[in-house]
Design a protein. Sequence first.
Length: 175
Amino acid sequence: MKQDCSYSQLTFRAMHPMDLPEVLAIERTSYVNPWTAELFLAEMAKSHAGQRVARLATGLEAGTIVGYICYWLVVPEIEIVNLAVHAAHRGCGRGRKLLLHALGLAYNKGVRLATLEVRRGNEAARFLYERLGFRTVAERANYYAEYGDAALILQLQMDHRWWHRWQQNCSLPRR
C-alpha cells in the first residue's frame, strides 16, 4: 500500500545493529541479491564507511525506518554503496532527502566528488541521481547479470555552486 507522505517529516541518524530487522526487510524487497546482516555489520565496522537511516518523525508510524544509505568516505570522495527506501514510501522524495543528507554530511567533511553505480534499467534511481546533478562517466557491461543489465557509473562534482543550490532548495545540513 502506497503511503501518504505529504505530511511526514524525516529524521536521520547513524545505523545501529538494532536497526537491522527493519533495514533487512527493506533490503530484501529492494534487491534481487540483498545484503545480509553480516554484510551490514561488516560495513558498520569499517572506519571509512558510514550508514544512515531515515525514520518517520511524525504520525502513527513515528520512529519507523523508511530508508537507509551506506557509503564509503575517503576525503575528498564519497562512494554511495547502498541506498534503499521502503516500497510503500517510494516516490515522495524520501530517497532524495536521504541522499542529500549523506552528501551534505560528506561536503562538510571536505568531500567534493560523489560516485555511485546504478543499473541502467533502474529509471527511477537514474532520474533521482540526474536531478541532483550526477552525470554518467562510464558503463560496465552486464555488471548486473541477474538483470542482464549494465551498470552506469555516475559522478557528482560537489563544488560551492552545488552546495549553494541545494542549501537553498533542500534540507541539507548547514555548515
